[in-house]
Design a protein around this ligand. Structure first.
Ligand SMILES: Nc1nc2c(ncn2[C@@H]2O[C@H](COP(=O)(O)OP(=O)(O)OP(=O)(O)O)[C@@H](O)[C@H]2O)c(=O)[nH]1
Ligand SMILES: [Mg+2]
Length: 1086
């Protein structure tokens, strides 16, 4: 049932409470279950007894500390969940609920139970884990019908003898308490079946334990046993015994008396020699001996005829313990985390083995003996050092799951496609060539299809690499790119500026080719790079070496540094190299001197980045040290932040160490560049089916020769299947052929040959094989050049002269492009109307704009909103809806995300577009201006803004940070948090997807500081703050307290909770739910 519906029920009960005389509505009488958990209420309504037929009430995760007496009038109530509340005493009203069977008061603050509990004759299961009991609540001894009792996670150290009166008790949880000696009274519980004493400090067990004849399962994990408690040997009916995580190093022979034992945990102990006595446990089925220091197994083990599962992970085996081969009934064997390098042929004797864990060992060659284990269904061989998989693996015809991740495998045998049972193949983290990595990532089916194509057509080792020249205008990009292609000096003319993008190919060898992209400088690329540049490709940051002056202020940043930052933010893993042109115009020794200066500048740049990460990390670590124990959740927030910084830093690929210098005039240095390109291509060569290579060639030819702007599905089909052998075509259904086409297209897209959106059903039918077509359109739409747009509108036949200014006004002040205006802007490129539609759909998909139907009665009246185009300032009338000062009775939650130096181009705009998903659907009010959005939704007001933080300049560079902030105002915290958290998730998703290498910092601004003062508001709204009363001025001088934004990333609950958190900058304490969203805040304990 939906959360909202439960809330409605609660509201209904509240209304009934206000009119006690009213008749109980029939719906209330129909309720049999009431879910009012997470309602954050202090009391259940007195009217609870109106739901006379209710059987189950769930009221966990609230603030309940008492119950209305009326609850005792619910005769049918059998289940009541009051866990995670704030009861300090047992709610006495419950004692009259004689039919209650299950009661949970877990996670409260109880320390005693009243004698009246004995009235609850029906009680079967009682949960009081995580409370404050220091002594056993004696009253329970007379609840003789109780079957299950959990008292774990309290502070008990003894049990009274009276417990023996609880004759019905079957299951008893006493783990995580303070027992140092075994509570002897337990021995009288002769009917007890399950006893959990994990995580205490026991070191012995009394012989009286044998009185517990009913005991079947006994947990003693994580205690202080150094020798095996011999008394246990008398428990001949025991079936499951857990003695893991103690300090045992031997087992007495008496153990053989435990004939009933089936499952035995001895992991995490101190065994160095296999305890031979175990061999007498011939009925044992599962034996866990992981995390010890075993290096051998005696032959006697074969006596354990019943053994099915044997765990020996994390031991010290360097050679395979041959005795295991005699365990012919074994089905599951764990040997992960050892140092095995081979498996003997005798393993074939363990015929029934179905699951075999061998990952994290030291195999360098594939243990071929495994191939005789024909019943194997699961085989784990990840994280070893395998480089080769033999074709014999296909003998494992029943194999379903095979993990080979993180090895050095380059080739898989094509015959693997015939392994029909295989459903899961993990080959992540291998330098795969056959199949190519990208195909492997598409899953097992794609791998099988690839292998099939490989068998049907010739296999060709091939490499086609995308080479991208980026850099300032007139750097020499076009000249070097043409020079490379033609193999002779090709200088451009002065007037020959690259307006969009020039594409070319260079075939260095029969099987090595390059797709060359030469980009002209335009902002469009800055948003579009990830669409155009393949992460497998190369990026050359090109600059004119003769004009480059290392001494000149800003030269490095403009010509090199900014470009590196931009590329690394979007594609942190891509290989970047520097290319200095105009070598002929540089006087020798100058070239080398300049290059070494640049090398130093590169190093400074890299070390500055590193410092930024380190400083951030140190701040986190210092905070972690300062945070009190009780605020574990906050601590975790900082830990995850530190970890995130570490990964961010780790994923960045260093710039190629050599700076290439070339002259497109004299060809000096060009050979060096070619050699590097060829060697780079060779290292990333892949084995491809002949059919694929032909398909790629056909499509690439179309780029240069064909007249089409885009390729439709039929053309694609034709280009790809043209060269497929007839036998292949006959063998496959249309559906299978389409899958193969998708494999090939996805491969080509990944390699950067084409642009293809496989996730969108309509877009996937179109291939953008010419980058310049997309670029042209993007450039035409996303231009800020009003004159150019006016001209186009005037030229267009579709638009009347009278209408043109209105359309222009729409575009530039409101960021709105109507469907008609769109086709008009595309006119010069001679696109078909379908192509215009496809382009618009692509822009929607890239979230450059969102679509709005302006008039409900006119379905064709569609327009597209581009935040990118907005030029208007914030509308003054918004000051009444969102005054700079937070109004009384209103709270403001604020998230601020800081970007050092630069807010990546298009980031804010994408975020603004994404909001349409939430705002559009509900038809809420939304107002946009150039750096912000105001919206009213779900009972809250929200303002998104982008601004530069002038008050916090970088101490060295004096460059202000960019900030994107989400502020939510309202009076219902839980609604406000929902809106804020959704905005936060959108921001993080965009970073993860589009700018994975971006450095940022995020904070929650203290709502208390915000309401005291508006200093930190965006500059545009702070003008009124000049006249602030003196008392409030005091606060203004301080910056608001910032809490780590990582709080919002936390999902788990912690056991400790202050009700208040300190607002450090003003010295006051504020309620925890102003800083923590409800799902985190309410689970804390004082
Ligand atoms: N002497 C000399 N001139 C060069 C060299 N490379 C390029 N040029 C000249 O420098 C100018 C700019 O070269 P382009 O290759 O067009 O530069 P670009 O980076 O493509 O410029 P945009 O297309 O505007 O981004 C042209 O006049 C070229 O003739 C070179 O190695 N030596
Ligand atoms: Mg150019």
């Amino acid at each position: 049932m939906a959360y909202r519906e439960h809330k409605e029920r609660l509201d209904l009960l509240r209304r009934l409470q206000l009119s006690p005389q009213s008749k109980t509505p029939d719906t209330v009488l129909e309720w049999t279950e009431l879910h009012i958990g997470k309602a954050y209420i202090d009391n259940l309504p007195e009217s609870i007894d109106r739901c006379r037929n209710v059987k189950k009430i769930y009221a966990a995760f609230s603030r309940l500390s008492s119950l209305p007496q009326s609850i005792s009038n619910l005769p049918h109530l059998t289940v009541l969940d009051l866990s995670h509340n704030t009861f300090t005493t047992f709610p006495i009203a419950l004692c009259d609920l004689t039919n209650l069977e299950v009661l949970s008061l877990d996670n409260n603050k109880l320390s005693d139970i009243p004698v009246d509990i004995t009235k609850m004759k029906g009680l079967r299961k009682f949960y009081i884990s995580f409370n404050a009991f220091t002594t056993f609540p004696i009253a329970l001894c007379d609840v003789t019908n109780l079957e299950e009792l959990s008292l774990d996670n309290n502070k008990l150290s003894d049990i009274p003898v009276d417990i023996t009166r609880m004759e019905g008790l079957r299951i008893f949880y006493l783990n995580e308490n303070a027992f140092t000696t075994f509570p002897i009274a337990l021995c009288g519980l002769t009917n007890l079946e399950k006893l959990n004493l994990n995580n205490n400090q026991l070191s012995d067990i009394p012989v009286d334990i044998t009185r517990m004849e009913g005991l079947r399962m006994f947990w003693l994990y994580s205690n202080a046993f150094t020798t095996f408690p011999i008394a246990l040997c008398g428990l001949t009916n025991l079936e499951k015994l857990n003695l893991g995580n103690n300090q045992l190093s031997d087992i007495p022979v008496d153990i053989t008396r435990m004939e009933g034992l089936r499952i035995f945990y001895l992991n995490d102990n101190a065994f160095t020699i296999f305890p031979i006595a175990l061999c007498g446990l011939t009925n044992l089925e599962s034996l866990y001996l992981g995390n010890n220091k075993l290096s051998d197994i005696p032959v006697d083990i074969t006596r354990m005829k019943g053994l099915r599962l044997f765990c020996l992970n994390h031991n010290a085996f360097t050679t395979f313990p041959i005795a295991l081969c005699g365990l012919t009934n074994l089905e599951v064997l764990y040997l992960s985390y050892n140092q095995l390098s081979d498996i003997p042929v005798d393993i074939a004797r363990v015929k029934g083995l179905t699951i075999f864990w061998l990952d994290k060992n030291a195999f360098t060659t594939f243990p071929i003996a495994l191939c005789a284990l024909t019943n194997l269904e699961v085989l784990h061989l990840g994280n070893t050092q395998l480089s080769y998989i033999p074709v014999e693996i296909t003998r494992l015809t029943k194999l379903k799951i095979l993990s080979l991740d993180n090895n050095n495998i380059t080739h898989l045998p094509p015959q693997m496609r015939s392994m029909e049972s295989l459903t899961d193949l993990d080959v992540k983290g291998n330098p795969l060539v056959q199949p190519p990595k990208h195909i492997a990532n598409r899953g097992l089916d794609a791998i099988k299809r690839y292998f099939e194509a490989l068998t049907d057509t010739k296999a060709i080792q091939s490499s086609r690499i995308q080479v991208n020249f980026l850099g300032e205008t007139e750097a020499g990009k076009t000249s070097i790119s043409r020079t490379l292609q033609l193999g002779q000096s090709t200088l451009t003319k002065k007037a020959d500026r690259t307006r969009v993008v020039e594409q070319g190919t260079w075939e260095a060898d029969e099987d090595i080719a390059f797709n060359i992209n030469d980009f002209g400088g335009h902002d469009v690329y800055k948003i579009g790079h990830p669409i155009f540049i393949s992460t497998r490709g190369l990026v050359f940051i090109t600059f004119n070496l003769s004009k480059y002056d290392p001494e000149k202020e800003g030269h490095y940043q403009l010509h090199i540094g900014d470009w590196i930052d931009m590329v690394q933010a979007q594609m942190p893993g891509i290989q970047i190299a520097l290319l200095g042109t105009h070598l002929d115009e540089v006087k020798n020794p100058h070239a080398e001197t300049k290059c070494s200066a640049i090398t130093r500048q590169l190093e400074d740049h890299a070390s500055e980045k590193k410092k930024w990460y380190q400083a951030q990390k140190e701040t986190c670590e210092n905070k972690i040290k300062e945070i009190p124990e009780a605020q574990a959740s906050l601590r975790q927030a900082y830990q995850s932040k530190a970890a995130h910084l570490q990964t961010l830093f780790g994923q960045m690929k260093p710039i190629y160490e050599h700076i290439f210098t070339v002259s497109s005039k004299t060809l000096k240095g060009v050979q060096d560049l070619r050699d590097y390109l060829v060697s780079f291509a060779r290292t990333s060569a892949e084995v491809l089916p002949g059919m694929w290579v032909e398909a790629a060639k056909n499509i690439c030819t179309k780029k240069i020769e064909g007249p089409e702007n885009t390729l439709g599905w039929e053309v694609i089909e034709d280009l790809i299947l043209q060269n497929a052998p007839t036998s292949w075509k006959e063998k496959h259904t249309q559906e299978e052929k389409e899958k193969t086409i998708c494999d090939i297209l996805s491969f080509l897209a990944h390699r950067g040959d084409i642009i293809w959106f496989d996730k969108s059903p309509s877009l996937m039918k179109v291939v953008f094989h010419k980058q310049e077509v997309i670029v042209n359109v993007l450039k035409a739409v996303l231009t800020h050049d009003q004159g150019e747009v006016s001209q186009k509108l005037q030229k267009s036949m579709k638009i009347t002269r009278r209408k043109a200014p209105k359309i222009k006004e729409d575009i530039f002040s409101r960021g709105i492009v109507s469907k008609q205006a769109m086709s008009c802007l595309c006119e010069p490129f001679k696109l078909s109307s379908t192509e215009v539609d496809v382009m618009t759909e692509m822009m929607l998909k890239l979230e450059l704009c969102y679509q709005v139907q302006e008039d409900e009665s006119l379905p064709s009246n569609i327009s597209f909103h581009f935040p990118w185009l907005l030029t208007e300032e914030r509308q003054p009338e918004l000051d009444t809806k969102w005054p700079s000062k937070v109004p009384p009775d209103t709270t403001q939650l604020t998230l601020q995300v800081f970007f050092p130096y630069k807010c990546p181009d298009g980031f804010y705009e994408k975020f603004s577009v994404r909001q349409h998903k939430h705002l559009g659907l509900m038809k809420t009010m939304r107002m946009d201006w150039k750096d912000g959005v105001y919206a009213e939704l779900e009972g809250c007001k929200m303002q998104l803004t982008r601004w530069q933080n002038q008050s916090n300049l970088d101490p060295v560079s004096q460059v202000p940070d960019w900030v994107i902030s989400i502020a939510v105002r309202g009076s219902h915290l839980s609604d406000m948090w929902r809106v804020l958290m959704r905005g936060h998730r959108d921001l993080m998703d965009i970073i993860k997807g589009d700018w994975p290498g971006l450095s940022y910092d995020k904070y929650l601004v203290c709502p208390h500081c915000v309401s005291e003062d508006s200093e930190h508001q965006p500059p545009s709204t702070t003008a009124q703050n000049a006249e602030i009363p003196t008392k409030r001025k005091r606060y203004c001088q301080k910056t608001p307290t910032l809490f780590p934004g990582e709080i919002l990333d936390q999902t788990i609950r912690t056991a400790s909770k202050p009700r208040q958190v300190p607002c450090v900058n003003t010295g006051v304490s504020i309620p925890v739910d102003l800083v923590y969203p409800p799902h985190l805040a309410m689970s804390w304990q004082e």
